[in-house]
Ligand binder design. Structure first.
Ligand code: HEM
Length: 202
């Protein structure tokens, strides 16, 4: 990610810039919970991923957004995260208040940008999940390589994102939305670890 302070030419690069600090903070927060130390720790991370993906299902299945990104519905990882929860013997969590409501187009695009971007970091995370004997077919499905490849999936998403005409208002909504998406994931992550079941007494 670039921390360049000059305003980038491409929308995807601008969204990258405005989320640089939130991404670094979230990365540190994820790591502070040692998600790869035990399956229990990892399962809380999956709870956050599931809640985030499940909230975004409304966007991934929105016909107006599918008209822009034809493969959008296949990109959704809510079902994969739900299967991971089952693999990890973890209950599907109840919705957490404060989910995104009726976003403008700019905001919707930005939330999708954050969700799709998180598949890049997932390449690193799934390698570490292997130490817990988890993989794209058990427990860490939602971190798996998308059909067609991670790099190509990201390139085709940003190519379309960068080609759209947006009003200055929508552009601002996009930049705010990208930061808001990181804030939401952060909130869900904190919630997920705060609601970890107590370890059973031996
Ligand atoms: C909910 C959103 C996100 C979460 C939870 C997340 C989480 C993470 C974590 C934990 C890492 C560190 C992996 C490691 O070092 O083992 C990482 C790395 C990475 N993430 Fe994200 N990420 C998110 C969104 C994004 C977005 C929007 C982008 C791109 C636009 C992105 C691009 C990357 C890249 C390229 C890496 C690799 C190393 C680096 O450059 O920092 N991520 N992510």
């Amino acid at each position: 990610m670039t921390a360049n302070t000059e305003r980038a030419a491409l929308r995807s690069q601008r969204l990258n810039q405005v989320t640089h600090a939130p991404h670094a903070e979230l990365d540190a927060l994820v790591k502070s919970h040692a998600p790869f130390e035990t399956r229990e720790n990892f399962a809380r991370f999956v709870v956050a991923q599931y809640l985030f993906q499940n909230e975004l299902k409304a966007l991934y299945t929105d016909p107006k957004l599918i008209a822009i990104f034809p493969d959008l519905a296949e990109r959704c990882r809510a079902d994969a995260a739900r299967l991971d929860l089952a693999d990890l013997d973890t209950a599907v969590p109840a919705d957490f208040p404060g989910e995104l409501q009726n976003p403008s187009l700019g905001a919707a695009l930005a939330w999708l940008f954050v969700s799709e971007g998180s598949k890049l970091g997932a390449a690193f995370l799934i390698k570490r999940a292997a130490a817990l004997e988890l993989s794209d077919s058990f427990g860490a499905r939602h971190l798996g390589e998308p059909a067609g490849g991670r790099a190509e999936g990201w390139k085709s998403f940003t190519r379309t994102l960068d080609s759209l005409e947006l009003s200055p208002e929508e552009e601002t909504a996009a930049e705010q939305g990208a930061v808001a998406a990181f804030e939401r994931f952060t909130q869900l992550l904190k919630h997920a670890y705060a609601t970890a079941p107590k370890a059973e007494l031996a």
